[in-house]
Design a protein around this ligand. Structure first.
Ligand SMILES: Cc1cc2nc3c(=O)[nH]c(=O)nc-3n(C[C@H](O)[C@H](O)[C@H](O)COP(=O)(O)OP(=O)(O)OC[C@H]3O[C@@H](n4cnc5c(N)ncnc54)[C@H](O)[C@@H]3O)c2cc1C
Length: 345
């Protein structure tokens, strides 16, 4: 019998999960409250690395390292299959002070990450990036090409469950049922899971970004200083980010964030002073304690899964997180200890 899944939410994680399930022969329906790929995954910078990898516990960097290692081939396969280029490029990231250079270098040696001193900074030459809106368009096309059904403007309102199983989803576009269900609703995941959320521990954390356009890329590498980053795209666009704001589900942009990001960015790239702002936006990250996502089966409901709470690094983690999820769905021994990501009651 064919395995049937309903995936709730069409961000990077929902689409990547749907693709992998389709590739192993499942029937997949994706329910999306708005339009596909217009929330956090769209808003992000697409840096395929933690900002300062040495700041995070191994339980986080295991997923980011594996995700980053898989990303190039995944992006290429999406490009080949759909003709839409996610614009994966290994642009390197230059980390500028203040940070503990010796500790950072020690971490890089211990974790096999190349690092080169450049002036007072540390260049991580293998750090790559993707262009989020293109990645999502490509992911969507791939899911549809593989036979996945995507229902947009359909909000899941309630998970109807009893006797250890989900029986159906109530939505504002009717009821849906399948053998198994997957929550990939980003910052809204705990809300979607409702009384079944347990210790999903996911809440929105707003991030604001600025976009500029140069004739040619004004930087060779991504620049990072004390949480502020400048990301050069191939076509001369430059992203400046970001804020970390605990303001609930408020996605408005603010003048104070614009001013703060701009002034800090100008100190790193004075040419920005003369550059008009193309766009400012905000996205809601699926915030989780210590940036540790929830991946796997619900503690009580046997046919409910989650792949969410990736906080600052969901795009980076996506291919690795899907591996962990599929190992659990398929009852396979995980390639590394996945217990820290378990969904707890
Ligand atoms: C400013 C900013 C910068 C970032 N930079 C980076 C970076 O450089 N590198 C990196 O790896 N990560 C970055 N991130 C984090 C990354 O974007 C997220 O971790 C990741 O996109 C989360 O993906 P997701 O699919 O879980 O969530 P989302 O992309 O938010 O998708 C969730 C989807 O679920 C849908 N949904 C919600 N409720 C319902 C419902 N009831 N019914 C149906 N559908 C529903 C939503 O509409 C949405 O489309 C950044 C985030 C922000 C905001």
């Amino acid at each position: 019998m064919t395995d049937e899944f309903i995936v709730i939410g069409a961000g990077a994680l929902g689409l990547a999960s749907a693709e992998a399930l389709l590739l192993q022969g499942a029937t997949v329906t994706v329910l999306e409250r708005g339009a596909v790929g217009r929330e956090s995954s769209w808003a992000g910078g697409g840096i395929l690395s933690p900002l300062c990898p040495w700041d995070y516990p191994d339980v986080v960097t295991r997923l980011t390292t594996r995700g980053a290692a898989l990303f190039g081939a995944w992006a290429e396969s999406l490009y080949q299959a759909t003709g839409i280029d996610p614009e994966y490029q290994v642009s390197g990231m230059l980390v500028l002070p203040p940070f503990d250079m010796e500790a950072a270098e020690r971490w890089c040696v211990a974790h096999g990450m190349q690092a080169i001193r450049e002036g007072s900074g540390l260049l991580l030459p293998d750090v790559a990036q993707a262009r989020n809106p293109r990645l999502l368009q490509s992911q969507r096309a791939r899911v549809e090409q593989l036979g996945g059904r995507i229902v947009e403007h359909c909000t899941v309102q309630e998970i109807d469950a009893g006797q250890g199983r989900v029986s159906r989803l109530r939505t504002d576009c009717g009821e849906f049922s399948a053998q198994r269900y997957l929550v990939t609703a980003g910052a809204w995941s705990a809300q979607v899971a409702g009384k079944w959320a347990g210790q999903a521990g996911i809440k929105p954390i707003r991030g604001q970004m600025l976009l500029f356009k140069f004739a040619t890329p004004p930087l060779r590498h991504i620049l990072l200083q004390d949480g502020l980053y400048l990301i050069p795209r191939k076509d001369g666009h430059l992203l400046v980010g970001s804020t970390l704001e605990d303001v609930g589900f408020d996605k408005l942009t603010t003048a104070s964030a614009r001013e703060m990001l701009l002034q800090r960015a100008i100190t790193l790239l004075p040419a920005l002073r003369d550059q008009p702002l193309v766009q400012q936006w905000a996205g809601l990250r699926p915030g989780s304690p210590d940036n540790i996502p929830r991946i796997g089966r619900h503690p009580e409901l046997k046919n409910l899964y989650i792949n969410s709470g990736h906080f600052r690094y969901g795009v980076t983690m996506a291919p690795a997180s899907v591996e962990v999820l599929l190992d659990e769905i398929n009852g396979k021994e995980p390639s590394f200890d996945s217990s820290p990501y378990q969904w707890r009651a």
